[in-house]
Write a protein that binds this ligand. Structure first.
Ligand SMILES: C[S@@+](CC[C@H](N)C(=O)[O-])C[C@H]1O[C@@H](n2cnc3c(N)ncnc32)[C@H](O)[C@@H]1O
Length: 374
């Protein structure tokens, strides 16, 4: 079985911005959508919508969709991909304003951004950000998504594995950055012109362990995997440029509403699962980071347990989760099996299926299918 990178990285519309590998392959998405059509499901929910693979694919198949995410950047990105716009008007306006871009006062929404860009790059990005502030409201998600990409390109911040700065200076003349912005915008618009904006896409900023809509027919999602990946850090630059976070305090607060799937999102005040079988699983974790790993793992399972409790009350048909297993401090954590057992305890039917090898060697991806009770 070949290891899977994110296959959507090169697919039109999706490539406007994709998150890391998550197991939602085109084949699996098609299989789900086919099953949804067969049962006549009319509302599809992705409670961890991320960069919106399911949103875009449901929309082009004319299926009503609701996406939820605790990270507000995700909602900007999904809105950028799923809201039709007057692209000619947007491009004309942007190109016309470009003539006087150098005269604009840079808008840098957070002082923290000074750490991540050289002064010249910061000023150029700040002028683009000022331009976006002047744009029509409905254009902003797409313009911010484009700015986010360009900012990441010229940033000193390395995305993974830890929040470190690049050694090399990422320097560029303002005109090169402006050109990149327009090229990226044109490419995104080219993709969006070919997209079928058929089904309605509703988006909710929320915590899916505390809220789900009243009725859920079908779920297709890739939840956080308990693998120490910090989604807030991965979208930190974009959150700061969008003005959705001003600094560490806001970023920390956004982490606190994430499913604690990494050390950074674990909190002393968060509840841990009390299931003895999960506590003994966590007790197997060793090494110098055992304490932090155990804590987030037990909090992770508590949060997913709450999510399943809500789901069990609302699910009308099936919920499909792609789930990756983990190794933490030398211990193998079969996240998929543990989630299946938690779901069963809420009266849901649960089966798992091996999907393939993960992008990271030695790890595997599974599909967890939950069935409505009764
Ligand atoms: C694996 S990613 C989803 C990737 C997505 N399928 C895509 O197409 O990019 C997991 C997502 O769950 C979100 N998340 C984490 N905790 C959450 C919570 N409590 N409620 C809602 N979303 C949450 C993260 O912000 C992240 O966007």
């Amino acid at each position: 079985m070949p290891a899977q990178a994110n296959p959507w990285r090169s697919v039109a519309v999706h490539r406007i911005g994709v998150y890391t590998e998550h197991g939602l392959s085109p084949g699996l998405v098609e299989e789900f959508m086919k099953a949804v059509r067969e049962v006549g499901c009319r509302n599809i929910v992705d409670p961890f919508v991320g960069s919106g693979v399911v949103a875009v694919e449901a929309q082009k198949r004319c299926l009503p969709f609701l996406g939820i995410d605790a990270d507000p950047w995700s909602l900007i990105l999904v809105a950028a991909k799923t809201r039709p716009l007057d692209y000619n008007a947007l491009l004309d306006w942007t190109l016309e304003r470009f003539g006087s871009l150098e005269e604009l006062e840079p808008l840098v929404p957070s002082p923290r951004l000074e750490q991540y860009h050289t002064p010249m790059v910061l000023a150029a990005l700040g002028r683009l950000r000022r331009l976006i502030e002047e744009a029509a409201q409905e254009w902003r998600p797409l313009l911010l998504a484009v700015l986010g990409r360009v900012a990441a390109e010229y940033s000193l911040l390395r995305r993974s594995p830890a929040p470190r700065l690049r050694r090399r200076r990422v320097e560029a003349a303002p005109h090169a950055i402006y050109r990149d912005f327009v090229d990226t915008l044109r490419r995104a618009i080219g993709d969006l012109r070919g997209h079928k904006f058929c089904g309605p896409v509703d988006l909710v900023w929320g915590d899916s362990t505390a809220w789900l809509p009243g009725r859920v027919c079908g779920v297709l999602t890739s939840p956080p995997f308990a693998n120490n990946l910090d989604y807030v850090r991965h979208t930190m630059l974009e959150l700061l440029w969008a003005g959705l976070a001003r600094g560490s305090r806001d970023l920390g607060w956004l982490r606190s509403i994430q499913v604690p799937a990494c050390e950074a999102a674990a909190r002393a005040w968060k509840l841990e699962t009390r299931h003895p079988w999960l506590q003994s699983l966590a007790a197997r974790i060793g090494g110098s980071r055992a304490h932090g790993y155990r804590r987030f793992l037990l909090q992770y399972f508590h949060a997913m347990d709450k999510h399943f409790e809500l789901l069990a009350e609302r699910l009308e048909w099936q919920a499909w989760y792609t789930v990756g297993d983990s190794f933490l401090g030398g211990a193998y954590i079969p996240v998929h099996e543990a989630l299946a057992r938690l779901a069963r305890e809420h009266g849901l039917g649960a089966e798992t299926r091996l999907l393939g090898e993960r992008f990271r060697p030695g790890r595997r991806l599974y599909l967890l299918i939950l069935h409505a009770s009764g």
